[in-house]
Design a protein around this ligand. Structure first.
Ligand code: SF4
Ligand code: SF4
Length: 218
């Protein structure tokens, strides 16, 4: 039960009336002369920490073949079940082209298999990086790109074409033969010809999708 009031409560003291407002404005004045730390995002994008975990990238070998061998280890390592991989056999003899003109078989990677379907669902991904630790060929890495917001759930499921690194000068669009040696040479980096380190290209813009940064193992 509330205590009965006496009608004689004390008002603010002299210190509270005079000094406290001055002390409060003192904080304001001190802050006015400090360095401004406000970031004008999205007009100004500050660089992230070098090892910031951003959007994923599927890397290529220097001849353009994909590093992903469709082993699904990344999908098994993912605690959020955000990765879906379907592997398929590489075929050395012939490259079969489908009705839409896109190759449906041939050699896409330097292993026995390649990732025929590769999806990452960014509605589920927590950008923890466990998938890139699990990848045996360093096919999967993470960029510093963090602008992943979108207004559609479907567009946040990234397909292989969204995740693949762009072709650099000197690379050929798969499917094609292993141009740098055997699969063991690829895995160990013992390439049979010198690999020029190409400059970074200005990749064509993809609507609502951040661009990949090429990674080349020389
Ligand atoms: S970063 Fe983490 S949550 Fe995202 S796909 Fe990789 S393992 Fe899964
Ligand atoms: S990205 Fe790496 S771990 Fe995932 S399927 Fe490809 S090779 Fe395997």
């Amino acid at each position: 039960m509330a205590e009965p009031t006496t009608g004689q409560e004390k008002g603010p003291t002299l210190k509270e009336q005079l000094w406290d407002p001055i002390a409060g404005f003192g904080v304001t004045f001190r802050t006015m002369f400090r360095k401004v730390v406000t970031e004008q995002y999205p007009k100004e994008k500050l660089p992230t920490a070098p090892r910031f975990h951003g959007r994923h990238q599927l890397n290529r070998w220097p001849d353009g073949l994909e590093k992903c061998v469709g082993c699904e280890l990344c999908a098994w390592a993912c605690p959020a079940d955000a990765i879906y991989v379907e592997g398929a056999e590489n075929v050395d003899d012939t490259a079969v082209v489908g009705e839409d003109g896109q190759p449906v078989s041939g050699r896409f990677s330097a292993g026995e298999r390649y990732g025929r379907v590769y999806q990452i669902n960014y509605l589920r991904c927590i950008l923890c990086g466990l998938c890139i630790e699990a990848c045996p060929t360093r096919a999967l890495t993470m960029t510093n790109e963090y602008e992943l917001a979108d207004d559609s759930r479907a567009s946040l499921i990234y397909e292989k074409s969204d995740l693949l690194a762009p072709l650099l000068p000197g690379m050929e669009q798969p499917p094609h033969q292993m141009l740098l040696g055997t699969d063991d040479d690829y895995y160990r980096g013992n390439f049979q010809q010198p690999i020029p380190v190409p400059p970074l290209p200005a990749a064509p813009a993809r609507p609502n999708r951040p661009q990949a940064t090429p990674e080349v193992t020389a």
